[in-house]
Design a protein around this ligand. Structure first.
Ligand code: ATP
Ligand code: MG
Length: 332
């Protein structure tokens, strides 16, 4: 099978404005490969209602996510772009995959463990617990071979493989096993102020540690210039001892394509102020480009036409797969 016959798929949940982490960890890697594969990208709106959300905010976030895909270089000529909730098969297969999953597997998911800690007082929402099998359905519906995601989602793609293999073993070959693609650099961009956490799009807008793709350039620069570092004053990649500087090196490397080695050499003997300025220049150049595109794409009728077309195409494949799963299960 040549790559063009292989399927690549990824998605982002519309839970806030997209961040530099979303771009470097997932979207960029999708965009640079979209020509080589049969490519699908979706707005994971069902994943955005795993916690209660204001409906008007959700609608705005969905439009925003879609426009941001286009602004980041997703090409509707190359890629099928759709909204998860437009394709009902996600819900049905999500249910079926939930029933293939053990409680223990879901309890062991790092994202569940991390996010449920902060929910403790008000009760832990089931959505947070059961979204990984829905994610498995998202992937399996399209016979996906490769899923570019950030490091935090690796475990969920691995669970998808386990569930696919379990289903195939129980009911006969129905699904293809997907592989995860994690970029070697930029797969976990840390919060610039709190290095024990990754950047999250659901972070507070006023959070100085999170760079949003639509940040005013002056603000983005300020965030980078005030990023937490260390007192050694040497630009050296060491994630354990120097998480702040290593994070900035990763951001620079993933943004420009320069290797970590080359960055270390280029900034030997250079102070943190000048190094941060170089990182800020590169990030602002990227944001300026994305923001100029965003302004062009933020026209709802254009977006709606792309989404309608995408959903029509996605439904054809998704319904075939769901049919296969129903036949295998004896539901047909
Ligand atoms: P949320 O806080 O709502 O979970 P998020 O920023 O984690 O937001 P997701 O929609 O969960 O965004 O993930 C979208 C994609 O971006 C996934 O592939 C995820 O792995 C990737 N990603 C998210 N944050 C980072 C990060 N800090 N560094 C690299 N990749 C990331
Ligand atoms: Mg997330």
């Amino acid at each position: 099978m040549n790559n063009k016959e292989k399927v690549m798929l990824t998605g982002v949940r519309p839970s806030g404005n997209l961040t530099l982490g979303n771009y470097l960890g997932a979207i960029k890697n999708f965009v640079t490969r979209q020509k080589q594969y049969k490519s699908y990208i979706f707005v994971a709106d069902l994943h955005a209602i795993t916690s209660p959300r204001d409906p008007a905010d959700l609608r705005a976030a969905i439009d925003d996510c879609m426009a941001m895909y286009l602004a980041c270089g997703v090409d509707p000529e190359q890629t099928i772009i759709f909204r998860q909730s437009d394709v009902m098969e996600h819900g049905v297969l999500g249910f079926i995959m939930t029933f293939q999953t053990h409680m223990g597997e879901l309890s062991r998911m790092t994202q569940f463990k991390l996010k449920s800690q902060s929910m403790g007082k008000h009760g832990i929402e089931t959505g947070l617990f059961v979204y990984p099998p829905l994610m498995a359905a998202d992937i399996l519906l399209y016979n996906t071979a490769i899923v570019p995601v950030g490091l935090d989602q690796q475990q969920h793609v691995e669970l998808t493989r386990d569930l696919s293999q379990r289903f195939n073993k129980r009911y006969g070959k129905t699904f293809d096993d997907p592989d995860v693609y994690i970029a070697p650099v930029g797969n976990k961009i840390l919060n610039l102020q709190n290095l024990s956490e990754k950047m999250n799009k659901s972070d507070d807008e006023r959070n100085m540690g999170t760079i949003f793709l639509r940040d005013d350039l002056k603000l983005a620069r300020k965030k980078i210039m005030s990023a937490v570092t260390d007192s050694e004053s040497v630009v050296r990649f060491d994630e354990e001892a120097k998480p702040g500087i290593s994070n900035l090196i990763s951001i620079l490397a993933a943004t420009t394509g320069e290797s970590i080695d080359s960055i270390e050499k280029r900034f030997a003997g250079v102070g943190y102020g000048d190094f941060k300025r170089a990182v800020a220049d590169a990030v602002c150049e990227l944001l300026a480009k994305i923001q100029a595109n965003y302004a062009r794409f933020k026209q709802t009728d254009v977006l709606n036409a792309i989404l309608d077309d995408g959903a029509t195409k996605a439904r054809v494949v998704a319904s075939e797969t769901l049919n296969r799963a129903k036949l295998a299960l004896g539901l047909k």
